[in-house]
Write a protein that binds this ligand. Structure first.
Ligand SMILES: [Zn+2]
Ligand SMILES: [Zn+2]
Length: 149
């Protein structure tokens, strides 16, 4: 996810759209037994001003894994906005190096922050019976006294 800021400047551009399909090089979700599938899509715009380049974009990705209530297959679609300011000045949090900016850090950070802590197979998942372990989406069990309301 590299954007060539020098090239854009040479072309006389002050803004430019970008679109990347990004495969994370490390685990970005803490959710147990779940992972990002199909990579992370990143779309946005870069605005050039003086020594700075401001990036505004949206990351979207899909997490698949076990439902946090009943352990059936579950899936969550996530979309999150991000922005980052790149600078060629020394000590910048997001540096412009050799006229290039790399979106990896802010994008990975956005994925980590916006990864769900729980996912459900469906919104009204009834989970499993705490007594007998029956999947209550599939069948009723006889442990009525312990049922959550
Ligand atoms: Zn479930
Ligand atoms: Zn039961």
């Amino acid at each position: 996810m590299i954007i060539d800021v020098n090239k854009l400047r040479q072309q006389g551009k002050t803004e430019s759209e970008f679109s990347f399909a990004f495969t994370p090089g490390r685990q970005l979700t803490d959710l147990p037994n779940a992972d990002i599938v199909g990579g992370v899509n990143v779309n946005g715009k870069v605005y050039l001003t003086g020594k700075k380049a401001t990036v505004e974009g949206v990351v979207s990705f899909v997490i698949e894994g076990e439902c946090s209530r009943c352990l059936s297959p579950a899936r969550a679609e996530v979309q999150a906005e991000f922005s980052a300011e790149y600078s060629s000045e020394a000590g910048a949090e997001f540096p412009i190096r050799s006229g290039l900016i790399d979106l990896t850090d802010p994008v990975e950070e956005t994925v980590v922050i916006n990864s769900p802590m729980i996912i459900y197979c469906r919104e009204d998942c009834r989970g499993v019976c705490p007594v007998c372990g029956a999947n209550l989406n599939v069948s009723e069990c006889k442990c009525k006294t312990n049922r959550e309301v």
